[in-house]
Write a protein that binds this ligand. Structure first.
Ligand code: G1P
Length: 287
């Protein structure tokens, strides 16, 4: 069955980026000249997603402005003959159809996804965490959808995480089935290092069957006192297989200032328009 919808949870307060997040949603912090969130919406569109459902909250109205058509600005750019910028601006509103639902209280990722249940309905869907930006060709979600089609069950992205850092992740108990693909035997959110069932941490891409919503309805407060999506996966596992894919690509955790900085530098170096001059600047700075 074709996966048409993706849920992007974006209701968090972004406390790691205070004070800037007093006024700007962290998902709109830029990587060069594009909001961080645009990269994940582009990834969704490239994977054939038609509708993105953003789970948002009070104070984050600017997210909808970013992805909305801005007719006045478009006319101005057209009148000036600034066609490159016009195309860039248009693109943000033409990627996919955007819907917004609100999460009235920050009760955790599992709760945020459950807030999208009515808009998703009874079809498989993707979940994309905008803190995880993944540079990959084909995109990470495209890679996951390929595994979803092959096995017809939920698929989650994982990567190897070494040492104590694993304690900030959801972690799977894996059974290898083919190159880079595992059948998930169990999941645990933010385990102590000694209790982690493997070094495969969940990264923010999921393709889920709609039965996850029944599972999420049963989830109790878990790690850090929140309703965790990972605990919903553990419940879903009782009824359905779940697979995990060690995707190909580079992932940036832009949920903290250091990660955003790293991603910004790498994106700026990769881009044709900024790369050469920026590289030269960095060389001089570090010499
Ligand atoms: C969330 C998920 C966790 C996953 C992580 C990936 O945690 O709960 O399972 O490993 O994203 O970025 P958070 O980073 O929001 O604490």
């Amino acid at each position: 069955m074709k996966v048409r919808k993706a849920v992007i949870p974006a209701a968090g307060m972004g406390t790691r980026f205070l004070p800037v997040t007093k006024a700007v949603p962290k998902e709109l912090l830029p990587l060069v000249d594009r909001a961080a969130m645009q990269y994940v919406v582009e990834e969704a569109a490239a994977a054939g997603i038609e509708e993105v459902i953003v789970v948002t909250a009070r104070g984050k109205e600017a997210l909808a402005d970013y992805f909305d058509k801005h007719a006045e600005l478009e006319s101005l750019l057209a009148a000036r003959g600034d066609n490159d910028r016009l195309a860039q601006v248009r693109r943000t509103s033409e990627l996919v159809q955007m819907e917004y639902v609100r999460q009235p209280e920050q009760l955790g990722l599992g709760h945020a996804v459950a807030c999208a249940a009515r808009v998703v309905g009874s079809e498989p869907f993707a979940v994309i965490l905008p803190d995880d930006i993944i540079a990959a060709e084909p995109g990470a979600l495209t890679q996951l959808l390929e595994v979803f089609e092959r096995y017809g069950s939920s698929v989650i992205a994982v990567e190897e995480v070494d040492g104590p850092a694993i304690q900030s992740y959801g972690v799977i108990d894996p059974e290898p089935v083919s190159d880079g693909v595992y059948r998930v035997r169990g999941t645990v959110e933010k385990p102590a290092l000694a209790d982690a069932p493997s070094n495969l941490g969940i990264v923010g891409r999921y393709v889920l069957t709609p039965q996850i919503f029944d599972a999420l309805a049963e989830v109790k407060e878990g790690a850090i006192g929140e309703l965790q999506l990972t605990d919903g996966l553990a419940i879903l596992l009782k009824d359905q297989d779940i697979y995990a894919l060690r995707f190909q690509g580079t992932r940036y955790d832009v949920g903290n200032p250091m990660g955003l900085l790293r991603a910004s530098v790498e994106m700026a170096l990769r881009r044709e328009d900024t790369g050469p001059a920026f590289e030269e600047f960095l060389r001089r700075l570090l010499a």
